[in-house]
Design a protein around this ligand. Structure first.
Ligand code: NAD
Length: 499
């Protein structure tokens, strides 16, 4: 079924999807060992759409044992790269075949507009899986340039069991960023989706099995962070955790690793990305469009959201006027309506957090230039309108802490050096953008800003071939590109003495 308008009968739509809420372990859907479940809430109505298995440590242990057994058996880990390529290519094709179903699940689950689920999340997930499938039979091991009395091979080997713990803002895509390279490298994966958004990961497990991923190689365990997430982080037989989520929880995974088996840890965490508009920026309209969508896209629930808008003081008023005009055109609405550009906030907790930051901004003396309120309350959904604060100083909480909602903080600066200083005055370093017509200033800023990605005269552009990830407390380890493949392998030196 393809929706061409907002559904008139919501229950019928939910019924037609036959939503699966159980865990996927060793090739089959199973209830949590405890039998416990929790409700999956649709954030645009506040109503439940499914019950989800609440997996905990016992389920993690079982899934890790199955994943380890599959790894040791070599059915995937020692299969020919071209075999893994065939399977991953088939999985990418299955994601495309099931695109509408996956898009509906994603939108029902976490509230992003169906047009984004269709145009962004699902196709990029398929592209990611295909990319790593295609890559895996094109990377070579090395021979070290030693003395000719030996042949020294530098081999890349899979790690073993990879725990993947992902957030709710791009559920299918974040799962694919982990699963794609981890599987391509030959690992087994135990994936825990966020409790707010488990549906597409649960569905993905069956598609992986259908594509030919052997039993035990992809295990999916829905559940809560403190239970299932922590159990993965502390499990002595998990070799690596690939985590995407908040900086606070990322630090917990470092502790779990230190207190258990010193498992490798790759962290993709939060951000407070600066979006710099230098005095000579020639195309203020394009910059304003990018500044608005850079923070309001996906309801502002984007790790690299350009939530700090740094504008040269001489141009701030005319620029902010333009940003407000763009933002006024972005109205929250039913995310199942293909015309909607902004959906609800993911859940009540996050809604309250966002509104709490709006109140904090006002208390600290920032000027509310647009929005600031919950809207469409009669729907039962958690909608917040695009919100812009002017006269923000970089010391205020709304400039320092990740809000993860549709709130933009505008800060004025007087010269390039001050702009760079403010941009870098943050514990985060995920992304940044600079708008200027001067190529020298662009280069200088791109080098001076401490962030994993710096965009020049654009925002949030990306490609599967370009690495993504942070500096500082935005984490370490990169997703996407061939660099991500490396992190799911270990280097082994094999030294053969020649006689
Ligand atoms: P979160 O840190 O609360 O949760 C992320 C995952 O960790 C979830 O699966 C959750 O269940 C689990 N978790 C929570 N508490 C845990 C605990 N005590 N022990 C073990 N696991 C636990 O983050 P979120 O609210 O789901 O997502 C938003 C965050 O993700 C933001 O900070 C955002 O910036 C970040 N993010 C980063 C990137 C990136 O690539 N850098 C991409 C998307 C989102």
């Amino acid at each position: 079924m393809t929706l061409t308008a907002a559904p008139t009968d919501f229950d019928e739509l939910v019924g037609s999807l036959a939503i699966e809420g159980r865990a996927f372990v060793d090739g089959a859907y199973v209830a949590a060992a405890s039998g416990e479940t929790f409700e999956c809430i649709n954030p645009s109505t506040g109503r439940a759409v499914a019950r989800i298995a609440a997996c905990d440590a016992e389920d993690v242990d079982r899934a890790v044992r199955g994943a380890r057994a599959a790894f040791e058996a070599g059915i995937w880990s020692r299969s020919a790269p071209k075999q893994r390529k065939r399977v991953l290519t088939r999985l990418a094709a299955l994601i495309e075949e099931h695109a509408e179903e996956l898009a509906l699940l994603e939108t029902l689950d976490m509230g992003k507009p169906i047009s984004d689920s269709r145009k962004v999340d699902v196709p990029l997930a398929a592209e990611c899986i295909a990319y790593y499938g295609e890559a895996v039979d094109k990377v070579y091991d090395e021979v070290a340039p030693t003395d000719p009395s030996a042949v020294v091979m530098v081999l890349r080997e899979p790690l073993g069991v990879v725990g993947a713990v992902v957030p709710w803002n791009f559920p299918l895509l974040m799962a694919s960023w982990k699963i794609g390279p981890a599987l391509a490298a030959g690992n087994s994966v135990v994936l825990k989706p966020a409790e707010q958004s488990p549906l597409t990961a649960i569905r993905l497990a069956a598609l992986a099995a259908e594509a030919g991923v052997p039993d035990g190689v992809v295990q999916v365990l829905p559940g809560f962070g403190e239970t299932a997430g922590q159990a993965i982080g502390r499990h002595p037989d998990v070799d690596m955790v690939a985590f995407t989520g908040s900086t606070e929880v990322g630090k917990l995974f470092l502790r779990y690793a230190g207190e258990s088996n010193m498992k490798r840890t790759a962290l993709e965490c939060g951000g407070k990305s600066p979006h710099l508009i230098l005095e000579d920026c020639g195309d203020l309209d394009a910059a304003a469009e990018a500044a608005a969508w850079g923070v309001f896209y996906n309801q502002g629930e984007v790790c690299n959201a350009g939530s700090r808008l740094l504008v040269h003081a001489s141009r701030k008023d005319e620029f902010l006027e333009r940003v407000v005009r763009v933002a006024e055109g972005i109205r929250p609405g039913n995310p199942l309506d293909p015309a909607t550009q902004m959906g609800p906030i993911v859940d009540r907790t996050q809604l309250e957090r966002v509104l709490g930051y709006v109140a904090a901004g006002e208390e600290e003396g920032a000027r509310l230039a647009l929005g600031g309120s919950r809207v469409l309350e009669e729907t039962g959904g958690y909608f917040v309108e695009p919100t812009i604060f002017d006269s923000v100083s970089n010391e205020m909480r709304i400039a320092r802490e990740e809000i993860f909602g549709p709130v933009l903080s505008a800060i004025a600066f007087t010269d390039e050096a001050e702009a760079i200083r403010i941009a870098n005055d943050t514990v985060y370093g995920l992304a940044a953008a600079v708008w200027t017509d001067d190529v020298s200033k662009a280069h200088r800023a791109a080098r001076a800003i401490r962030a994993g990605v710096v965009w020049v005269n654009c925002f949030d552009h990306g490609d599967i071939s370009a690495p993504f990830g942070g500096f500082k407390q935005s984490g370490f380890g990169r997703d996407k590109s061939i660099h991500a493949l490396e992190k799911y392998t270990d280097v082994k030196t094999v030294w053969i003495a020649l006689r």
